[in-house]
Write a protein that binds this ligand. Structure first.
Ligand code: NAI
Length: 243
């Protein structure tokens, strides 16, 4: 049975990815910071839930590093992320705190998990697939108050390409996925503040992308059927930003 490690598995896009990979007969290790794991996964024997804080590298060394050493997943999905607001008018302290927190969770933690994943696969002479959930913001940018978020996701895309360039010959495949607005808790504030009509004004559709659709894309990439697309970004944004 194939094994996948998915961060932020308890809700939103990560929840749907977990459900989809379990359906595809993966054994899944899912992480959450504090949220309990929904019954649709916790009741399944091939699911294991781990609570950890991606903003705490020391804790990650205890909670997640041993998995890469003893129960190496064939697929790593860096899904967890945060979307913090920091207007250009806030104090320098507030600005830097927001940038640090955003980069710690969105980029530094994922980079560490990728490093553990790659080093263990090289050591064990096995291959694996990394799927990093970036954002449309990495390409299009975001509103100024979410500049740190966009920059962190741009960094994630560049990091994914570096992995793809250098580790393909070691059997490591790496993709980015760049969603536009997806109807989850993360987008809730924007939906409440701006409304669906506003958020879909540049979209080909009148509705936001559903997390299940992102999950099906992850499932396809995790199948290993398109290895020569390593380094690519898969855009899923309802036609709102075509490149
Ligand atoms: P969400 O807010 O519903 O879920 C985020 C997940 O990340 C949660 O499970 C949360 O527990 C986890 N997480 C956050 N901080 C953590 C920490 N310090 N330690 C451990 N876990 C932590 O968000 P959603 O929408 O499901 O987002 C998933 C990914 O998709 C994120 O990387 C996000 O940036 C990306 N994305 C989402 C879009 C959207 O419109 N919802 C658009 C583009 C990208």
């Amino acid at each position: 049975m194939k094994h996948a490690l998915i961060t932020g598995a308890a809700r939103g896009i990560g929840r749907q990815i977990t459900v989809e990979l379990l359906k595809q007969n993966f054994r899944v290790t899912g992480t959450a910071r504090v949220t309990g794991f929904p019954k649709e996964m916790s009741s399944i024997r091939s699911f294991r839930g781990i609570h950890t804080d991606l903003a705490d590298p020391l804790l990650l060394g205890v909670t997640l590093k041993p998995i890469f050493e003893k129960d190496l997943p064939g697929v790593l999905v860096n899904n967890a992320g945060i979307f913090r607001k920091a207007d250009f008018s806030v104090s320098d302290e507030e600005w830097l705190a927001s940038w640090d927190e955003t980069f710690l969770v969105n980029l530094r933690a994922s980079s560490l998990l990728c490093k553990w994943f790659i080093n263990s696969h090289i050591q064990q002479s096995t291959g694996g697939i990394i799927i990093n959930i970036a954002s449309r913001a990495a390409y299009r940018g975001d509103n100024q108050e979410y500049a740190a978020y966009a920059a962190s996701k741009g960094g994630m895309v560049a990091f994914t390409k570096s992995i793809a360039r250098d580790f393909g010959k070691n059997g490591i495949i790496a993709y980015s996925i760049a969603p536009g607005f997806v109807e989850t808790d993360m987008a809730k504030d924007s939906i409440e503040e701006l409304g669906i009509d506003y958020l879909t004004r540049e979209s080909s559709f009148n509705s936001l992308t559903q997390p299940e659709e992102v999950a099906r894309l992850v499932s396809f990439l995790a199948s290993g059927k398109v290895k020569h697309m390593t380094g690519s970004t898969f855009h899923i944004n309802g036609g709102s930003y075509m490149i």
